[in-house]
Write a protein that binds this ligand. Structure first.
Ligand code: IMP
Ligand code: MG
Length: 182
């Protein structure tokens, strides 16, 4: 039975940009690279909540070497008159990073502010190495000098939802990436 809340919700899912199958294929390749490059090394996969939770769950199930999982949450404060946003860590890792090769698993790099700050914070804790893998990249929106080591999909300047990404906390559960109808 449909109601207006559900109808409105569905009407905002404009078009599928990246299908489940396309995401799956790329994830397999990225996980294979991790399996080869990090074999025999202590690995910590770190994801930034909440957006990256689906990507993390999928990627870690294709990693077949020993690895640990960690979660962080960050809040960004934007000020239109200042070019750099301030990021506060609202949930932190418990691991001693000096013992790990850290791989950050992120959902999307937009302005780049969040990840640039998170990377600086994590680097200051002296991990053995640090890499950033992002599912989506919107390079045309960048306001700071930051790029991921690996990005699975480059997308144009569109607001996207699904596969962990939200609009007003909805749509994270969609299995694909769609354009949001404003
Ligand atoms: P930043 O601008 O690179 O700092 O991105 C901050 C955060 O904004 C990302 O981690 C996402 O959670 C969110 N974000 C940016 N673009 C989108 C989008 O198109 N859809 C949903 N969330 C987004
Ligand atoms: Mg995010």
């Amino acid at each position: 039975m449909n109601n207006s809340l559900t109808e409105n919700y569905k009407s905002k899912i404009s078009r599928i940009l990246i299908t489940e199958e396309e995401i799956k294929m790329k994830i397999k390749n990225v996980a294979e690279d991790i399996n080869k490059s990090y074999d025999g090394k202590p690995v910590l996969l770190v994801s930034i909540l909440k957006g990256a939770f689906v990507f993390m769950a999928d990627i870690c199930r294709h990693v077949n070497i020993p690895c640990e999982i960690g979660f962080m949450a960050a809040k960004s404060y934007y000020n239109s008159t200042v070019s750099s946003g301030k990021v506060t860590i609202t949930m932190d890792l418990s691991q001693d990073l000096t013992k790990y090769h850290v791989i950050i698993v992120e959902d999307i790099i937009d302005t780049g502010r969040t990840l640039k700050e998170v990377v600086e914070i994590l680097k200051s804790r002296n991990p053995i190495s640090l890499k950033v893998i992002t599912l989506l990249d919107k390079p045309s929106r960048r306001t700071v000098d930051f790029n991921a080591d690996v990005s699975l999909f480059t997308i144009p300047d569109l607001f996207v939802i699904g596969y962990g990404l939200d609009c007003g906390e909805y749509y994270r559960n969609l299995p694909y990436i769609a354009e949001y109808q404003k």
